[in-house]
Design a protein around this ligand. Structure first.
Ligand code: BGC
Length: 755
């Protein structure tokens, strides 16, 4: 397709029309020119393709599809290859169903446990989020269909999601909220990006030129089209000018007419409309050129894959006395309705109409398992009879496994949670079962952290997150040891909600929400505050044990432009095969910039037979050490002593190796009469230029004559210096008896600033 030529043949009305959807799920055709419509569909962890009644809240039916584990779970795998495989499978289904783009991955940061949509998001950590999103994107797009990375940007709450402004300083955006988009955009070239509903610092994301054009395209090189979230457009003309190419689902022609009028009245450059059309048509053409509707969609095979993936994501949080794995010879009680009807996905636009599901009870067929319902998830209640039945079952069994978690209504797109607790009915059930059977294990189905008030009363806890339609199969495999759990928490579990750094501001006020905790999100905050958490970021147990040793770096001193490799040996020291996750954190140098103690900069999952060791190598680069610098408006590595820390999780980093990193960037320092002594002395150029002047001032300040001894006792020269350090040049100059000093200082300043 000669796209530029086609566009040159289109009328302004046709072009404006192409910039909004035909209907809920299609781009517009231009039949006159032989351009067909293309279809997009949710996403992210399977297909929600609607053939009949349409909506974006997951209310109406969609075709029968396969529900893979949601992002909350897949992030816990810490396994890029695995999520890439999942992406490939989803891409194949898209080809089969003639979909050009799947609407995902969703990469917003889990700022607070309360966000209703956390289950769809990967992590509290930007690096992990970005790596997972890039792998998913590569997987889907290897099948010649596109992804839509969403929701760009700072869409971290559902409360007032279509109007609220997320007020975030630039450094925090760059370090925390952007990398989930930036990494996949740079590494995996997504076909499309979806802008979010919210405003960013007052301007709707759908009208934010800085976001959609300057950063996304100008800095990161995005070359696909940007579509709006469904109904995210407020001022369409401003949106086109800002770089929002496609409005979804469309406004019935109202906004198209506004685009036409704006061009005719000279308020909008037609070339901008042409560019939007070019981007939309380029992607449509890319799909049409490689459409393979005869691609098979083997749903049974994908069901099996979904089970395999779910098993790799489960996080063993507690396993006292080795209560797990279960022994097939033992009688086990499965208690709780989720054993029979698991909660495995969240509500809203990602809701998939599964062609089948496998519950733990079904998967346990043939095993010595008895069942008690324990609670009614839909009505969110239990009663004495259900508790009594559960207790009786628990008493009969060697081990009691309670299947708990958040019911659908607790956690969904469209609204936030109001607390971090499990349902009271479930907590009561767990307490009763734990009192009846000392070997109680809890299996959790949830998309975000919950409080575990009974944690000391149970022997085991297995976090399965929202594990997709085959979650029951995967759970039984992990419980019985067919699969050794290898998931690690992609988020911290705080002890209570009020420990969370966003607690004071989350949800905000009607106008918006200020991200006042800044870069201190998740473990970045808990670590700096030296705060106890229930489970730290990166945590997770295994049925075997691992040892990390022999950390070596390729250099002990580097320039920020050099690369650095870190190698560590990981050994399986237990008696079962298993997978370790080697996690690498960079401990930041101490200095003038306020930074987290440490940040995740590498991870690798390694399969090891008992007794086996493998070397794992990580490649670090400038970004591994950098923070965002507002003066140079770029990434910057403050010169200093960093440490590379490797271990099992963010609070178990037994290996550490120092590395000095020298910055090659010069930050142009500007000084004036208000600059203080301390800052001048820290800058080598300024310190040299001002030395004679400073010596003079210090000399003049020295007490003389008879008072000198007494004065020296009262104020040592160190004390004088300590007090002086905060003085601005103007005060120093005014102390000098010779008033010509002011002119002298100004001369030095001019010379310095001119360099
Ligand atoms: C959601 C998007 C989704 C879209 C289409 C919106 O409400 O925020 O994530 O892709 O609907 O269903």
């Amino acid at each position: 397709m000669d796209i530029k030529h086609l566009i040159s043949q289109m009328t302004l009305e046709e072009k404006a029309g192409l910039c909004s959807g035909l209907d809920f799920w299609h781009t517009k055709p231009v039949e006159r020119l032989g351009i067909p419509a293309t279809m997009v569909s949710d996403g992210p962890h399977g297909l929600r393709k609607q053939d009949d009644a349409v909506d974006h809240l997951g209310m109406n039916d969609s075709i029968k599809a396969v529900c893979f584990p949601a992002a909350c779970a897949t992030a816990a795998s810490f396994d890029e290859d695995m999520i890439r495989n999942m992406g490939e499978a989803i891409g194949q289904s898209c080809q089969h169903e003639r979909l050009s783009v799947v609407l995902g991955p969703a990469v917003n940061i889990k700022r607070s446990p309360l966000c209703g949509r956390n289950f769809e998001y990967f992590s509290e950590d930007p690096y992990l989020t970005g790596r997972m999103a890039a792998a998913y994107t590569k997987g889907v797009q290897s099948q010649d269909v596109g992804v839509s990375i969403k929701h760009f940007a700072a869409n971290n709450q559902e409360h007032r999601r279509m109007s609220s402004s997320s007020d975030v300083d630039e450094r925090t955006l760059r370090e925390i909220y952007f990398p989930g988009f930036e990494i996949p955009v740079k590494e995996a070239k997504p076909w499309t990006v979806m802008c979010s509903y919210n405003r960013l610092n007052g301007t709707f994301a759908s009208e934010n030129k800085w976001l959609l054009t300057d950063v996304l395209r100008g800095e990161w090189g995005f070359d696909g089209y940007v579509m709006s979230d469904w109904g995210a457009v407020s001022d369409r003309v401003a949106g086109v000018a800002a770089g929002l190419d496609l409005e979804m689902p469309g406004s019935g022609g109202i906004n198209d007419a506004k685009i036409v009028a704006a061009v005719r009245e000279g308020r909008l450059d037609e070339a901008v409309v042409d560019l939007a059309c070019e981007r939309i048509l380029t992607i449509a053409d890319r799909y049409l050129q490689s459409a393979k509707p005869d691609t098979p969609w083997d749903k049974e095979a994908q069901h099996a894959l979904s089970a395999e993936i779910a098993a790799q994501c489960m996080v063993l949080l507690k396993n006292e006395g080795g209560v797990l794995p279960l022994d097939r010879a033992d009688k086990v009680a499965f208690i709780g309705e989720f054993a029979e009807k698991p909660r495995f996905q969240g509500g809203g636009s990602s809701h998939i109409n599964c062609f089948k599901t496998t519950s733990a009870l079904q998967a346990a067929e043939g095993l010595d398992v008895i069942y008690a319902r324990g609670y009614d998830a839909l009505a969110d209640r239990t009663d004495d009879a259900m508790i009594a039945e559960a207790v009786a079952a628990a008493k009969k069994a060697k081990v009691a496994v309670v299947f708990a978690g958040l019911p659908d209504a607790y956690e969904s797109e469209g609204y936030d949670r109001t607390h971090m607790r499990l349902p009271d009915a479930q907590n009561a059930l767990i307490e009763a079962v734990a009192a009846a059977n000392a070997n109680t294990v809890v299996v959790l189905h949830n998309g975000s952290p919950v409080e575990l008030p009974w944690i000391d009363k149970v022997k085991g806890v297995l976090e399965v997150y929202l594990g997709g339609q085959a979650v029951g199969l995967a759970t039984v495999k992990v419980l019985y040891g067919d699969v050794n759990p290898s998931g690690r928490l992609p988020e911290s579990f705080p002890k209570k909600l009020s420990d969370n750094p966003s607690y004071l501001f989350y949800g905000g006020e009607p106008r918006g929400t200020e991200y006042r905790e800044g870069i201190f999100v998740g473990y970045r905050y808990y670590d700096k505050k030296e705060m106890d958490v229930l489970f730290p970021f990166g945590y997770g147990l295994s049925y075997t044990t691992f040892e990390f040793s022999n950390l070596r770096l390729s250099a002990s001193e580097i320039a920020d432009t050099d690369g650095l490799t870190a190698t560590v040996t990981v050994k399986n020291t237990g008696s079962r095969a298993g997978k370790a996750v080697a996690q690498l954190y960079v401990r930041n140098a101490e200095g003038d910039v306020i930074r987290p103690i440490r940040e995740l900069k590498g991870f690798k999952k390694v399969a090891l037979q008992p007794g086996e060791s493998k070397d794992v190598t990580f490649a670090l680069d400038k970004r591994s050490f950098a923070c965002w610098n507002d003066v140079i408006h770029d990434w910057h590595v403050p010169t200093g002593d960093y440490a590379v820390e490797v271990g099992a999780h963010s609070r178990d980093l037994k290996l550490s190796a120092p590395v000095r990193v020298n910055s090659t960037q010069v930050i142009p320092a500007k000084f004036d009469m208000d600059s203080i002594v301390m800052d001048i002395m820290k800058d080598p150029r300024a310190a040299a230029a001002f030395k004679p002047f400073m010596d003079g001032v210090m000399g003049a300040l020295q007490p003389s004559g008879e008072e000198s001894e007494a004065a020296r006792e009262a104020i040592s020269s160190d004390m004088a210096m300590a007090m002086m350090q905060y003085m601005p040049l103007r005060s120093l100059a005014s102390f000098a008896p010779d008033k010509s000093v002011v002119a002298q200082v100004e001369k030095i300043l001019n010379a310095l600033n001119a360099e």
